[in-house]
Design a protein around this ligand. Structure first.
Ligand SMILES: C[S@@+](CC[C@H](N)C(=O)[O-])C[C@H]1O[C@@H](n2cnc3c(N)ncnc32)[C@H](O)[C@@H]1O
Length: 251
């Protein structure tokens, strides 16, 4: 089992620059928080998607991520989702954005989240069982396998919360400011930037040499027009429907 917290500590120095919250995704998240006044953010990272107009408590185990939280946000508490130091039903709502695939004990973390929350628990994640034809997997088929294994199924998330959830499909825009992998569907050059890849944890799960092979092949295909010929239409495609989901649990 990889220590993903150590990975973030070692190499996510540019995370807050590369992975800025996307306003369209943020709007859906904030709407799902409803009228909650107190919100717990788990795996809060650098503070993406935290609402500025509510009282937020953030939990984040990586120092590198905590240190990138902007000064207008509250400092994060040093713990993990599996060990939340709050009483039952302490918060109106809770949120876990693009983090559950890192938790060492998913069921325990989701159970803890449900325990301390009176209202909705929000999980932003990718559904590993949903179809995707993202071109990056043509270059790195190994990544499809890695991601399918890393992301928990919707069934596991519902089981962790102890009941059925609302599942909202989120399209991703061409200019999405949160540069996770599929967000770059129409901006392939971004993958050539080392800091961008270091802000995407999946690269750490590939065998040695696979990432270098991808970068070299993509660079060559961009230079000789192969990428353009195969996927160039994506440069003008406003949105992509992908595996991104907002999962909402109610007590
Ligand atoms: C992809 S980042 C997402 C950060 C932020 N929520 C966002 O949307 O940008 C994943 C975060 O989960 C954190 N993390 C890893 N294991 C965790 C755990 N067991 N409990 C809580 N957070 C964890 C990492 O340190 C990292 O900051």
């Amino acid at each position: 089992m990889r220590d993903t917290i150590a990975d973030y500590d070692r190499q996510a120095q540019a995370y807050s620059q590369i992975r800025k919250p996307d306003p369209r995704i943020e709007a859906v998240v904030h709407q799902a928080l409803g009228d909650a006044r107190t919100v717990l953010n788990l795996g809060a990272g650098t503070g993406s998607y935290e609402p500025a107009d509510r009282y937020v408590v953030a939990i984040e185990p990586s120092a590198t991520m905590r240190n990138q939280r902007p000064p207008n946000l509250t400092p994060a508490i040093i713990t993990t989702a599996e060990k939340i130091p709050y009483d039952d039903k302490s918060f109106d709502a809770s949120m876990a954005m693009l983090t559950v695939h890192h938790w060492l004990d998913l069921a325990k973390g989701l159970g803890e989240m449900r325990r301390v929350t009176r209202g909705p628990c929000l999980v932003l994640s990718f559904d590993p069982d949903a179809h995707t034809d993202f071109w990056m997997f043509d270059y790195v088929p190994e990544m499809r396998v890695v991601e399918q294994q890393r992301y928990p199924s919707l069934e596991r998330i519902e089981a962790g919360f102890g009941g059925a959830c609302q599942v909202i499909h989120l399209p991703v825009a061409l200019d999405c400011t949160d540069r996770f992998q599929v967000a770059l569907y129409g901006r392939p050059e971004a993958f050539l930037v080392e800091a961008v890849r270091r802000s995407q944890s999946a690269w750490n799960f590939l065998a040695d040499g696979v990432e270098d092979r991808f970068v070299a092949q993509l660079k060559a295909d961009l230079e000789d027009g192969t990428w353009e010929k195969n996927y160039g239409h994506l440069r003008d495609q406003a949105f992509i429907t992908c595996q991104l989901r907002l999962i909402v649990s109610w007590p």
